[in-house]
Write a protein of this length. Structure first.
Length: 97
């Protein structure tokens, strides 16, 4: 079975431009319809699009992010989400940078 590809991008403020992240995800083969984006702080994982995307991940999926800090900033929370994605969901994660 071919893996489904998802992408996640985040910018902290409405003024920040997400184009670099979108271009990088598209270049990696992530379909536009499978890119999820939040314009919120990375201080925690209480983000609507992140939660929506997380529900779609399973052992047949790969999640692409431009850089690790786009996923989250808090090391302990980031570590826990990485565990959930890779161990509980069984998905793979690719950090482009």
């Amino acid at each position: 079975m071919e893996k489904k590809i998802f992408g996640y991008m985040r910018v902290s403020t409405r003024e920040q431009n997400e184009d670099r992240q979108r271009v990088a995800l598209l270049e990696m083969g992530v379909p536009e319809k499978n890119i999820y984006m939040d314009k919120l702080s990375g201080k925690d994982f209480n983000r609507p699009q992140y939660k929506k995307m997380l529900k779609k991940l399973d052992k047949n999926t790969v999640l692409f992010v431009k850089s690790i800090d786009r996923l989250g900033r808090n090391y302990a929370d980031l570590n826990e989400q990485w565990r959930i994605i890779t161990k509980e969901k069984g998905a793979d994660i690719v950090v482009i940078d």
